[in-house]
Write a protein that binds this ligand. Structure first.
Ligand code: NAD
Ligand code: MG
Length: 420
């Protein structure tokens, strides 16, 4: 049990989505610094046995799952183990642990729109919030940022690109203009299909789409990387996080994923943050900011790396990038609609109900047929999200004859879906 070495000055951390790719990397970094951090809460949707193992190792005060059935399984798995862990379930319990007065740091690493409520709860409670869950910012950007401004919370980006940009900017940075920034260069690897024959994309499988050349990630973000919707979502994320206009952000394809993003200054300086592609670097950076701690990531050997390449993105091959730009230009509920339609389409692709190229097709159709409305409050966000999911499911059915609105609603999988 890591907690046996817990120090009384250790900061209690809540890890939302602890069984995911980011969650596991976060726990790896935390385990390296038991004097600095303790694990207060762990949460997951499924993979109960893995969550139970994490509870045995980190002895959190709370473990939260989504459904009662999983809570029963988890309690059974942990019974008789003399752990301090109370098992809870449901979205309210996620919000409760994310905003608990005893928590100092919240890692927001739930995938998809399901991350919005607990992440917002952490922001409103004034936590230090490490934001991996980009979808929550994309779907509710203005509300999210105004909740941040109204609270004492500190938001630190975990997405490697945004963490890199954050590192290349002065701190704090209220205005890019005042900081002398000319533009942000958002890098992306181009994913597994950067050079693939466009005609072959129609028939790629979920496993091929998830085989990212440089990063090991959850399946949803891996598909997003393959369509380059991930870069589109990150484009929107960067606009909100850094108060940037779309014109101030340029996407640059960098196949090696060594430069994680750059900031171009007025005087001709171009600052880049580099490192091996391993999410433990941005996690360690954000956890300890402004200090630096060991992350377990090996130092980058530039001589071994040899070369770094950069090219313009191919928007004909990757229409999702264009769709994301159109969404941020349209404003209001358009990014919410984009995100929701993408989640439904990616889920359907992973379930074998839609070809890879159908993802962009479905999203574009949803965007074209959806009204853009003002997002005045969380209810408006949830309504726009729900309408887009229903529309995406209808379009999926029309075009490909599958998947109902219920089966993909709010990140819940179709019954035959694989676990995350
Ligand atoms: P993942 O699929 O590996 O893990 C997701 C976690 O969220 C799991 O613990 C899962 O149980 C939980 N979860 C899923 N649906 C849930 C729901 N409805 N309610 C509550 N919990 C739920 O995903 P990941 O790759 O770790 O990505 C997590 C987030 O971080 C995503 O928003 C992703 O875009 C972002 N991100 C990931 C990486 C990466 O390298 N993996 C990099 C940058 C940003
Ligand atoms: Mg990223």
């Amino acid at each position: 049990m890591v907690s046996s070495t817990r120090s009384s000055t250790a900061q209690p951390v809540c890890v939302l989505g602890s069984t995911g790719s980011i969650g596991v990397s976060t726990l790896d970094v935390l385990a390296r610094h038991p004097d600095k951090y303790s694990v207060f809460a762990l949460t997951a949707r499924e993979r109960v046995e893995e969550l139970a193992q994490q509870c045995r190792k980190y002895a959190p005060r709370y473990a939260v799952v989504l459904e009662e059935e999983k809570a029963v399984q988890l309690r059974q798995a942990l019974s008789g183990e003399n752990l301090p862990t109370e098992v809870m379930c449901g979205v309210d319990a996620l919000c409760q642990v994310a905003s608990d007065a005893r928590v100092a740091v919240v890692m927001a690493a739930i995938v998809g729109a399901a991350g919005l409520k607990p992440t917002l709860a952490a922001v409103r409670a004034g936590k230090k919030v490490l934001l991996a869950n980009k979808e929550s910012l994309v779907m509710a950007g203005p509300l999210f940022m105004s909740a941040l401004a109204d609270s004492d919370a500190q938001l630190l980006p975990i997405d490697s690109e945004h963490n890199a940009i954050f590192q290349c900017l002065p701190y704090p940075c209220e205005s890019l203009q005042d900081a002398g920034v000319e533009r942000i260069l958002l890098t992306g690897s181009g994913g597994p299909f950067r050079t693939a024959d466009p005609a072959a994309l129609e028939s790629v499988t979920p496993d091929e789409a998830c085989a990212h050349p440089n990063w090991s990630m959850g399946r949803k973000i891996s598909v997003d990387s393959a369509t380059m919707m991930n870069k589109g979502l990150e484009f929107i994320e960067a606009c909100y996080l850094f108060h940037a206009s779309p014109a101030e952000i340029q996407v640059v394809v960098h196949p090696q994923s060594i430069v994680h993003s750059m900031v171009q200054y007025r005087d001709g300086s171009l600052l880049a943050q580099m490192g091996n592609p391993d999410m433990r670097t941005p996690i360690a950076h954000a956890l300890s900011f402004p200090q630096r701690i060991d992350s377990g990531v090996a130092a980058l050997d530039l001589i071994l790396q040899g070369r770094l390449d950069f090219e313009a993105p191919d928007e004909a091959r990757f229409p999702c990038l264009r769709l994301a730009r159109e969404a941020i230009d349209a404003g209001g509920s358009a990014p919410t609609t984009l995100n929701a339609a993408n989640e439904v389409a990616v889920e359907a692709f992973l379930n074998g109900q839609l070809p890879f190229t159908g993802i962009a097709r479905v999203i574009e159709k949803v965007m074209k047929t959806s009204e853009v409305v003002e997002l005045t409050d969380l209810d408006a966000v949830e309504l726009a999200d729900r309408i887009a999911r229903e529309r995406a499911s209808e379009i999926l059915k029309d075009l490909y004859g599958s998947c109902s609105a219920d089966s993909t609603h709010r990140g819940q999988p179709c019954p035959q879906s694989r676990s995350m």
